[in-house]
Design a protein around this ligand. Structure first.
Ligand SMILES: Nc1ncnc2c1ncn2[C@@H]1O[C@H](COP(=O)(O)OP(=O)(O)OP(=O)(O)O)[C@@H](O)[C@H]1O
Ligand SMILES: [Mg+2]
Length: 506
């Protein structure tokens, strides 16, 4: 008997949960098994039916394995199943079993490991990989769409300018224009989701910005929803494009409004928050560090686990036809990821939903919120502009539009032609308007190549997305002049004028 003691101690103190089952009852459980089942002591487990500790859906599996182990006398292979702790909590385990003699009677000896956390992480990785893949697909389509839409919108505008308003075609062309504008708005949302929308992040104080947006949010929520706003104290500054913050706030508010039937409450709160490695295991795609947390809590309908697992996918909606596009949360997700933040959601059906958005702390002081929008500039001119764009349709459209406004336009369908024109043109060129993404040379590289040979004092980039050429994740330098595609002619004129009138660093 005494010779068994050391072996018994080994099993007793094994980090793996081990237990012995005889005639369906637990007759031995080591310390790790006691912990795993949440039992106060081994005695609480001894003599109990082992099936009480197995999820009912896995009873058949457990019985069949026991039969095999005892009949064949070989260890059963590792299997995954669900166990139930004494308090009813269900968790996933990996179990292995083998036949043993226990106090002279045949029994099964099982070793189990709790794999709930690993399962959770695997699920999170799978989810975020799926979202990334959908994002790449959506971004690719949206990019092509942008160019096509720019051509449709531009030509519709030309046609409208030529036709007197009473002309019968006027109405038809307006309809084309409206439809194209609608598509352009969807495309912009998809680009946001794919993190390819070019943005101009600034340092901002989240409390100030949310307070400023409150006026816009209240009417969105309506009378029957109480909006509570609790700004956290001493909030760290963050870096974000203010237009993106507006998108986050309006999308989350609109969702809360839709989830609340009748009267309800939405609270918005901010706080500083430092995430350590353990926190990051709970928050998908997060890195340890300092964050500012923006929390949205509503007491609306809540959602099922199944709905919750799909809400960040583009076009996922539970709302009726024409009521939701399913792009709200995917847009928010894209914005948060573009800004190196993270988002989590907790929800209980009938109780409500809470979204937490973590935005990384910025280490410098915030700029004050801009007080006034820039004035719409006088949008004609007589300067000379070199336009570089490899999509011929857009090149021709841009050239035609600018010439109508009085500019002299030199058109190049690629960087090589642009360099040749820059060399051959003796007179002044005032502005280089170039696409960012071109097959042989990027817009910024072209600008540098030209600058090495001659002066073109002003620079304006245009792009449907910026990918990694301007900077990673499409984040543009605050003083770069930029025109997003698809653009309306009014936007083109206004941007060109602003670029010509704004002194730029050489
Ligand atoms: N606060 C919430 N409470 C309950 N369910 C929500 C909440 N927010 C989102 N959902 C669920 O997530 C789904 C997706 O939301 P999302 O904002 O992406 O699209 P949508 O609101 O359906 O449409 P869209 O925002 O494009 O008009 C919703 O249809 C809804 O089922
Ligand atoms: Mg929505």
């Amino acid at each position: 008997m005494t010779s068994e003691a050391p072996y018994r101690a080994l099993v007793e103190h094994s980090p793996e949960a081990a237990y012995v089952v005889r005639d369906g009852r637990i007759v031995f459980a080591n310390a790790a098994a006691v912990r795993m089942f949440g039992a106060p002591s081994a005695e609480a487990l001894l003599g109990t039916d082992v099936l009480d500790r197995v999820h009912p859906d896995d009873h058949a599996l457990a019985l069949e394995r026991r039969r095999l182990v005892l009949a064949l006398n070989v260890p059963a292979p590792l299997v995954e199943m669900r166990f139930v702790a004494l308090d009813g909590r269900v968790f996933e385990v990996e179990v292995q079993a083998t036949a043993v003699e226990f106090d002279g009677v045949r029994a099964t000896y099982s070793a189990a490991r709790d794999i709930s956390r690993r399962k959770l992480l695997e699920e999170q990785v799978r989810q975020s990989q799926k979202l990334e893949a959908v994002g790449r697909l959506a971004g690719g389509i949206a990019h092509d769409f942008n160019n096509t839409l720019a051509v449709i919108l531009g030509h519709a505008e030309f046609a409208l300018q030529e036709l007197p308003p009473e002309h019968p075609l006027h109405h038809d062309i307006r309809a084309i224009e409206r439809a194209a504008q609608h598509s352009a708005a969807l495309t912009r949302q998809l680009l946001t989701y794919a993190r390819r929308q070019t943005v101009s992040p600034r340092s901002l104080d989240l409390n100030e910005s949310v307070t400023a947006t409150m006026r816009m949010l209240r009417p969105l929520l309506g009378e029957s929803i109480d909006l509570a706003w609790s700004p956290g104290e001493g909030l760290w500054p963050i870096t974000l494009d203010p237009a993106q913050l507006d998108q986050i706030l309006t999308n989350l508010c609109a969702n809360a409004r839709d989830a609340i039937s009748g009267v309800g409450r939405l609270s918005i709160a901010t706080s500083n928050c430092t995430l350590n490695a353990a926190d990051c295991l709970q928050i998908p795609a997060s890195q340890p560090g300092d964050y500012v947390r923006l929390r949205f809590t509503d007491d609306g309908s809540g959602m099922s686990a199944e709905t919750r697992s799909m809400i960040f996918e583009p076009f996922f909606t539970t709302k009726g036809l024409g009521e939701g596009t399913g792009l709200g949360l995917s847009t928010v997700y894209g914005i948060v990821r573009q800004n190196h933040g993270a988002i989590t959601v907790e929800s209980t059906v009938g109780v409500g939903t809470q979204f937490d958005i973590y935005l990384p702390r910025r280490m410098v002081r915030p700029e004050p919120v801009a007080a006034s929008a820039p004035l719409f500039p006088e949008s004609t001119g007589s300067e000379t502009i070199l336009v570089v764009e490899d999509q011929r349709d857009i090149l021709m459209l841009t050239r035609r539009a600018l010439m109508k406004r009085g500019y002299t336009v030199l058109a190049a369908d690629g960087p090589e032609q642009a360099l040749a024109i820059a060399r051959a043109h003796p007179a002044t060129i005032d502005l280089l308007l170039t696409d960012v993404m071109m097959p042989t040379m990027s817009g910024p590289d072209l600008a540098r190549a030209i600058a090495a040979e001659r002066a073109i004092p002003r620079l304006l980039f245009m792009s449907g997305f910026s990918a990694d050429l301007i900077a990673s994740d499409g984040l543009l330098d605050a003083d770069t002049q930029f025109l997003g595609k698809p653009f309306t002619l009014a936007e083109l004129f206004s941007r060109v004028r602003t670029s010509l009138d704004t002194p730029q660093p050489v």
